[in-house]
Design a protein around this ligand. Structure first.
Ligand code: TRP
Length: 449
């Protein structure tokens, strides 16, 4: 690698604690919360999924978030450089897999991000104002299968992401999250109020909130675990990277609690918007990934001022996706800036362009290239599979083992600012990093292969 890694003030630092919390929450809150969580809950028995998900997020999930933050702030480097600085040997490979996952995931995540913009525009033009799921299904398949339109939106989405990351940690990422996240919360509240006050929302609320332990199965636990990691942006070094810009005096325990809590709250609200609305108008909550793009527009078409709510909803989805995409691009940019001495501008433009190109086959796999498969999967599915089922779990296992066994006491010192902050759960946390976390993730990894 050319030159010595960049360190110190030249890397950038969050201006305020709130700025960091908003940026990290912006990373965590994404398509995972508003698109994926509600349909998984709909498929997995509603409240049963919510119960298991809650339990996992606030135990293993928050533990791994703390682990990534501890590594990031201790080293003040990108994921590869962080492992190299703290220990060396083969450990940087873990970070490298994270950077690789960043390239792969962002390329198809941006394609879906593009769909959300396309949908917001269609909703604004009244093109989604039908209650017929078959008609909406065909609008969706036409959009995603088109050889040109989704690529144009993918380009727009990547351009926005690059534009913000080029601005740097303060003037780009922190500033835009400070604007976009509050906007997201406002839209979220409006939509929750609308959904829970619909006539007939009661059955959806009961399905989602009335505890039903009988429907909890092994599959529920596995899906909830994988969803928790994805939703908290774990396994890519995102929190290592964002943590590397945190000042020594910041309270990591409080930061991790806030970020995890906000991410959970938004997923919970995602369910509160989607499930009551779907039940109120008699659609199938188990419709799977199509729930957002096919069933929900039908739901909006039934409501007074539905067009407005449809635009708000897809704007919400697009904003959530954008603040997550920023964090993924930042992981790869931080790597090239720190380790290869690239300027932020060059790294953002070059990596962003590569990611855009990688996303093209992912997008075309819904149309022109639908016949091209890798191991029986379309290219979109193959990329998601490679990243979500292999790279992310491997990185998370590496992070947990590294913090639990290699950093040891040093990690606890990092989280307590050299013993000046109380951490009553330190022993449980170490147990989670040493045994429980790696074992649970290994189980998800093996069952997904
Ligand atoms: N957490 C985001 C979501 O819920 C997606 C995301 C951002 C992510 N960074 C990540 C997922 C890193 C895994 C790893 O949509």
């Amino acid at each position: 690698m050319p030159g010595a890694p960049l360190t110190g003030a030249g890397r950038g630092e969050w201006r305020t604690s709130a700025g960091f919390i908003l940026a990290a929450a912006g990373s965590a809150i994404g398509l995972g919360n508003i698109w994926r969580f509600p349909f998984l809950a709909g498929q997995n028995g509603g409240s049963a999924f919510l119960i298991v998900y809650t339990a996992i997020v606030f135990t293993i999930g928050i533990s791994l978030m703390l682990a990534e933050l501890a590594i990031g702030r201790a080293a003040a480097r990108n994921p590869v450089g962080a492992f190299a600085k703290l220990k060396g040997g083969a450990w940087p490979v873990v970070g490298f897999l994270g950077v690789l996952a960043g390239f792969v995931i962002l390329s198809y995540y941006s394609v879906v991000g593009g769909w959300t913009i396309a949908y917001a525009v269609r909703a604004a033009g009244g093109a989604l104002a039908t209650t017929d799921p078959a008609a909406l299904g065909s609008i969706f398949t036409h959009l995603i299968g088109d050889p040109v339109e989704p690529l144009a939106w993918h380009l727009v989405f990547m351009a926005l992401t690059i534009g913000i990351v080029v601005g740097g940690v303060n003037a780009g990422i922190e500033r835009w999250n400070r604007i976009l996240l509050p906007a997201l919360f406002v839209i979220l509240i409006v939509l929750v109020v609308r959904a829970v006050t619909l006539d007939g929302a009661g059955r959806g609320l009961a399905f989602y909130l009335k505890p039903d332990f009988d429907r909890i199965g092994i599959g529920t636990i596995r899906d909830a675990l994988a969803q928790a990691f994805f939703s908290l942006s774990l396994g890519m070094g995102t929190m290592i990277t964002y943590g590397s810009y945190l000042a020594r005096r910041e309270n990591l325990l409080r930061a991790a609690g806030s970020v995890t809590g906000l991410d959970f709250l938004v997923a919970f609200c995602g369910g509160l918007i989607v499930l009551p609305a779907v039940f109120a108008f008699g659609y199938d909550p188990g419709a799977g990934p199509g729930l957002t793009f096919i069933t929900l527009p039908a739901v909006f078409a039934h409501m007074p001022a539905g067009e407005l709510f449809a635009v708000l909803f897809f704007a919400l989805l697009g904003i959530a996706a954008l603040t997550s995409a920023i964090s993924m691009l930042e992981v790869v940019v931080a790597y090239f800036v720190d380790e290869w001495r690239m300027t932020r501008r060059t790294a953002s433009l070059v990596c962003g362009a590569v990611i855009f190109v990688l996303g093209i086959p992912a997008s075309l796999s819904f149309g022109a290239l639908a016949g091209v498969t890798i191991g029986g999967k379309t290219m979109f599915d193959a990329m998601d599979y490679l990243a979500s089922n292999l790279l992310l779990p491997l990185v998370s296992i590496g992070v947990a083992l590294f913090v639990g066994w290699v950093m040891g006491d040093r990690a606890v010192e990092e989280l307590t600012n050299r013993g000046t902050i109380g951490f009553p759960a330190a022993r449980a946390w170490r147990l989670a990093c040493r045994f429980v976390g790696p074992a649970a993730i290994a189980w998800v990894l093996l069952s997904g292969l």
